[in-house]
Write a protein of this length. Structure first.
Length: 310
């Protein structure tokens, strides 16, 4: 049962994310890894407009290169719409217009934000009213980052990253993002990490079966202290991403030597995120990186999760 919206369309905005901390546990028998991560939603957004239709269709545009984004059932937003319809028994369809600001295949969860936005938009458009708990359950079926795109703000993710608990974060954190048109495949990066750990198993500390977020990260977020957070930034996938894309190391070195408090590869890459002390410092670093030929975006966090906008 549903009471479809009388409005012709619904627009929902969902944020991209940065993993300010990501510890990757051992590879499990099902091929997945246990994770412990601290997510921060940042002010690069995906907008999804849902319009009543007989079937399920999608169009994509944006301020970033969208040429590699599928518009068939491989697209996570379209899959989200079909999933909600199947779970609720909704008999109609939807047309989704997606406008992207988050770099594609950049390790910032743009596709996951699309899926979260599609769930919220279709739920509102169709009047299915499934509630937040059910939206979260459906989001977790679509991918580990989708529940966080629904929630936004700052959160700790465990399990595959989809088991969320809130994390208190005060103040504003400013980020300078060096993006890259050539994306990285998340499964490929995880595979490269497994191979790296196997090659160096005698030289590096054993991988924890159940990873944990360091207490220093939580303290820095609670304090709203960018300098303290800079000392605790960590991404276990970074070594794998740098192995696949050695050019990213040059970008990291340039940013960290040009005023950033710290830098790290975002998620599975190839976006490199630099933490700045202030909006003014972020703008100065952007200018330096831009002059060096990098494609640069500014963002801040934390921001809200997927929500209906006018």
């Amino acid at each position: 049962m549903s009471l479809a919206s009388s409005e012709p369309q619904v627009r929902v905005r969902a944020p991209g994310k940065i993993n300010v901390f990501l510890e990757v546990g051992c590879r499990q028998s099902d091929g997945y890894h246990q994770l412990a991560t601290a997510f921060q939603a940042v002010s690069l957004y995906e907008d999804v407009v849902a319009t009543h239709a007989d079937g399920f269709t999608l169009e994509v545009e944006g301020t970033v290169d969208v040429s590699g984004v599928p518009v068939d059932d491989r697209n996570l937003a379209l899959r989200a719409a079909r999933l909600l319809a199947a779970e609720t028994g909704y008999g109609g369809g939807v047309h989704l217009d997606v406008f992207k600001e988050v770099p594609v295949a950049g390790g910032m969860g743009g596709g996951s934000a699309d899926a979260a936005a599609a769930l919220v938009a279709c739920d509102a458009l169709w009047g299915t009213r499934v509630g937040q708990a059910e939206l979260h359950r459906l989001a977790a079926q679509l991918g580990a980052d989708v529940p966080f795109a629904l929630k936004g703000g700052t959160a700790i993710g465990t399990g595959r990253g989809d088991e969320l608990s809130p994390a208190l974060a005060r103040g504003r954190f400013d980020w300078v993002l060096a993006v890259n048109e050539e994306g990285l495949s998340t499964p490929e990066v995880y595979g490269a990490l497994d191979r790296h750990r196997e090659r160096h198993r005698l030289d590096i500390a054993p991988t924890r079966v159940v990873p944990e977020v360091d207490a220093g990260v939580l303290q820095a977020l609670r304090a709203g202290d960018a300098a303290m957070l800079a000392e605790t930034l960590r991404n276990d996938l970074q070594v794998a991403a740098l192995g696949l894309r050695p050019d990213l190391a040059e970008t990291l070195e340039l940013g960290e030597s040009s005023g950033a408090l710290a830098g790290l590869v975002s998620g599975s890459g190839p976006t490199v995120a630099f933490l700045a002390a202030s909006p003014e410092d972020a703008a100065e670093l952007r200018d330096v990186l831009d002059a060096a030929g990098r494609d640069v975006l500014l963002a801040h966090g934390p921001v809200r999760g997927a929500r209906v906008v006018g």
